[in-house]
Design a protein around this ligand. Structure first.
Ligand code: FAD
Ligand code: UDP
Length: 390
């Protein structure tokens, strides 16, 4: 029997929209090319009994009651507040750079003075993007901003993106603002919790519905043809008039007709160590590439509810330019936000615009820096909208 909707990808975008459509009585088929569900949030207990996140550390945090409520139907949670330290001039300081960081790197009097200047300029606990801080009218604040820029953002951003912080979208560095206070949490959202048995278990429940058929190890484009010029979709060679929610790469959907979009990739060097490796889950290395050729090290068990004592698993993160043809760096992780790349993406969006039953959704397909909560909200909105109009 033909499905009512075809969804490409079983990550947050695909799974959340599938569940909502299925609950609205729609038959849904999901094509997922990987051998597992959960997209980049995929996790599992590894040989050390550590809950390892295969595609890098994923921490759930949100201020959206809608996303939290929806996901809470499929998991219990435990409290976890993420903390990150950065390696700055041989010391570990809180990131986002806060008053404790200032006091760690400057002598007492200077630190106090800088803190009062920040409090006066912005107010207590305010979060200020580094690029904004660098433009402040007070030269002393600008001097501090230059220090933070040099020691926290400049090299990390170069390593992470292959571009300078000035070349990429300012929203990227604004994700980790300077904090005018002592709050040392990486996120300030009201809901900061991790799924009790991991993300994959949460996805298993979400996708467990009689109207959802998940086909793993299945490249969608072996089954689906999207033909914008003819305003037609073919499913296994036959006309398909149902909804298509596509959460993969926009260029892949249209056979790269306007060229490859620019993505950043990562490689993880995963190692087993004894006991505990570092004081927090993630330590950033915002140092020049020659000093540390990686961006951060994550010790997964530090965010686990019942971590094993003896062994630990760590992942060292190396950014790469994405290239689908290469052996290393062939997984697309982050859209690269330069003006040129945003324009190429727009060409794909434009040609698809007349196709009212084809929807681009998610971090890859929409070429957006979505967190898990934001893509959950977006998927709920899209799927509910489709149900309403059906
Ligand atoms: P994905 O999870 O990438 O899912 C897309 C799925 O589609 C994949 O499984 C892919 O295999 C499949 N697919 C693609 N093309 C095809 C095809 N042609 N045929 C079949 N299947 C296909 N967010 C947070 O909120 N907190 C965090 O701490 C956090 N940490 C992150 C760390 C890293 C290193 C990265 C890269 C992202 C992080 N995120 C985090 C963001 C989070 O990963 C995304 O919000 C989330 O994965 C988006 O879900 P998605 O469904 O859009 O994409
Ligand atoms: N960033 C930085 N130094 C840091 C942390 C972050 O320069 O110590 C910049 C960098 O450009 C990074 C961006 O801020 O890509 C967003 O950081 P975040 O930790 O949110 O990245 P993600 O977890 O999405 O990889």
């Amino acid at each position: 029997m033909k499905p009512d909707a075809v969804i490409v990808g079983a990550g947050f975008a695909g799974a959340v929209s599938a569940r909502i459509l299925a609950e609205g009585g729609k038959r849904v088929v999901i094509f997922e090319k990987r051998p597992h569900i959960a997209g980049n949030a995929y996790d599992y207990l590894d040989e050390n009994r550590v809950m390892r996140h295969e595609y890098g550390p994923h921490i759930f945090h949100t201020s959206s009651a809608k996303a939290a409520e929806f996901l809470s139907r499929f998991t219990d949670w435990y409290d976890y507040q993420h903390r990150v330290l950065g390696y700055v001039e041989g010391k570990l300081v809180p990131i986002p750079f806060n008053f404790t960081s200032i006091e760690t790197v400057f002598e007492k009097e200077r630190a106090q003075r800088l803190e009062s200047l920040l409090l006066e300029a912005y107010g207590k606990d305010r979060k200020v993007p580094i690029l904004e801080l660098r433009k402040h009218s007070d030269p002393e604040i600008r001097e501090l901003a230059e220090y933070i820029f040099e020691h926290v953002f400049k090299y990390y951003t170069m390593k992470q993106w292959g571009y300078t912080a000035e070349e990429i979208d300012p929203a990227v560095t604004a994700r980790v603002p300077v904090l005018c206070g002592y709050d040392d949490r990486y996120f300030q959202d009201s809901f900061q919790k991790m799924p009790e048995n991991g993300f994959t278990a949460m996805f298993e429940k979400m996708l467990d519905h009689p109207l959802i058929d998940v086909r793993l190890n299945t490249e969608a484009m072996d089954h689906l043809a999207v033909l914008p010029e003819e305003n037609r979709v073919l499913l296994d060679g036959e006309e398909f008039e149902g909804e298509v929610i596509y959460t993969g790469l926009a260029d892949h959907l249209l056979n790269y007709r306007y060229g490859d979009l620019s993505y950043r990739s990562l490689e993880f060097e995963v190692r087993t160590e004894e006991g505990r490796f570092q004081p927090v889950t993630t330590v950033n290395y915002p140092t020049p590439e020659e000093e540390h050729p990686f961006t951060r090290i994550t010790e997964y068990k530090n965010m686990q509810k019942n971590p094993p004592e003896e062994k630990t698993t760590i992942a060292v993160e190396y950014p790469y330019a994405y290239d689908r043809r290469r052996e290393k760096g062939n997984v697309p992780y982050y859209p690269v936000f330069t003006e040129a790349s945003k324009q190429s993406y727009e060409a794909y969006v434009k040609v698809l615009e007349p196709m009212k039953n084809v929807h681009l959704l998610g971090r890859l397909a929409e070429y957006r820096y979505y967190n898990m909560d934001a893509i959950t909200d977006a998927a709920i909105e899209l799927a509910e909208g489709l149900l309403e109009r059906s």
